[in-house]
Design a binder for this molecule. Structure first.
Ligand code: NAD
Length: 378
């Protein structure tokens, strides 16, 4: 049986006015999970379900609070009628996964009454989402075969190509703003990590005539890049920070922009897919002081959440004033270029580092939606 316990997180340093945080246990299924809803002013909260063997419940609470708040900001600037939420399952994704565990997680998602929509994340897969969907409709990131059985011409599926396209759009905005260049032809771009997103980003850059400096722990993918792209140089894992390039595109790990690397970076622009690129809040100001333009990670990598959101809308109800199809999704993702430009303008106007400017703009969007909601209800 599923047991739910509302958590009071007001004293937690990551509280930031979270609306609701619930701890779930299902003994028979081996489920221990937390669902965190940060803000639903713009719509139901959407965010992935992460599975991780957290050492303590406290660690899990901190992680889920941080991540769910981040989703509110991401969806607000992505122009989606969605709020921010996230869930974590406390367990080892290598050894603890069973269909029953995810079916119980589906019950937990359903318990939230539609205020939280889940999707895949680190440690969970499309198949796990299918198990969750047995007990709730508030789930996206389902396998294509499942989507095809439910709707004609499904949008959604693998979000990585949309993330890559969005990162490319954000990168172009940064290049226009900082380097006064209309395109990336002839520019040198260092791409760290040629995985699902990084490799597709390289393809966009290569097609547009940029020179690529790439690194990855996976030799195979580097060989593939050498055979496919016209102007590509493979560099060492640590050497990527010293390259005399125009743009650094982190597409592997978080926290690669830190005290040590900021000293070394020669680029004028940072624009990549990785989440949480800045190790500390203060690195936003450090980049600003050094004259490096940072395209905020959560803004330019939001093509993925747009894709997941569209998939959910197509399976439930369409809140957009147009049809949900691939063309309109692509148009929506391409808006990342304008949004990123708007953030740069706002940062300049208010003499703010770019990350802080993005956060302020996001807050304006979701807080004013809250005021409107409040006024309508009173
Ligand atoms: P991925 O796992 O497919 O790719 C990561 C790549 O980085 C792999 O090729 C891996 O070998 C490489 N790598 C690992 N350690 C490295 C190191 N030390 N140096 C260089 N390369 C290294 O992941 P992805 O889906 O392409 O996502 C990349 C980043 O973008 C992640 O931080 C992810 O959280 C973020 N992101 C992804 C999406 C998406 O739609 N996939 C959406 C938003 C954000």
């Amino acid at each position: 049986m599923l047991v739910a316990k509302e958590l009071d997180v007001k004293e937690n340093e990551h509280y930031h006015n979270h609306e609701r945080v619930v701890y779930f246990e299902h003994e028979a299924a081996g489920l221990k999970a937390i669902i965190s809803v940060h803000n639903t002013n713009l719509g139901p909260s959407l965010g992935g379900c992460r599975m991780n063997p957290y050492e303590t419940q406290q660690h899990a609470i901190e992680d889920v609070l941080r991540l769910s708040r981040g989703m509110t900001y991401k969806s607000a600037l992505a122009g989606l009628p969605l709020g921010g939420g996230k869930s974590v399952i406390i367990g080892n994704p290598r050894s603890d996964k069973t269909p029953a565990l995810f079916e119980a997680m589906g019950e937990a998602v359903e318990y939230m009454g539609g205020s939280y929509i889940t999707a895949e994340d680190v440690g969970t897969s499309e198949e796990n989402m299918e198990s969750i969907s047995k007990n709730t409709k508030f789930v996206a990131g389902l396998p294509l075969s499942v989507l095809q059985a439910r709707v004609e011409n499904p949008v959604g599926g693998n979000p990585s190509p949309y993330t890559a396209f969005g990162v490319y759009c954000g990168l172009k905005a940064a290049v226009k703003y900082q380097l006064k260049r209309q395109d990336v032809a002839g520019l040198k771009v260092a791409v760290q990590g040629l995985g699902s997103v990084g490799y597709d980003l390289c393809r966009f850059l290569d097609d547009a005539g940029a020179a690529l400096f790439v690194t990855d722990v996976n030799q195979e993918v580097l060989e593939k890049a050498k055979s496919e792209f016209s102007n590509v140089h493979v560099v060492g894992l640590d050497d990527i920070y010293d390259m005399p390039v125009d743009v650094y595109a982190p597409c592997a790990l978080g926290a690669t922009v830190n005290d040590e690397t900021i000293e070394r970076l020669k680029c004028k622009v940072i624009a990549g897919a990785a989440n949480n690129q800045l190790q500390r809040h203060r690195h936003d100001q450090m980049l600003h002081d050094k004259g490096i333009l940072y395209a905020p990670d959560y803004v330019i990598n939001s093509g993925g959440v747009m894709c997941v959101g569209y998939e959910f809308f197509q399976l439930t109800e369409n809140p957009m004033p147009y049809a949900l199809n691939e063309e309109n999704l692509k148009n929506h993702v391409s808006e990342i270029e304008n949004v990123t430009m708007k953030i740069f303008d706002y940062a300049k106007q208010h003499n703010l580092p770019v990350g802080a400017a993005a956060d302020q703009l996001a807050e304006e969007i979701f807080l004013s939606a809250g005021d409107m909601k409040h006024a309508a209800n009173s």
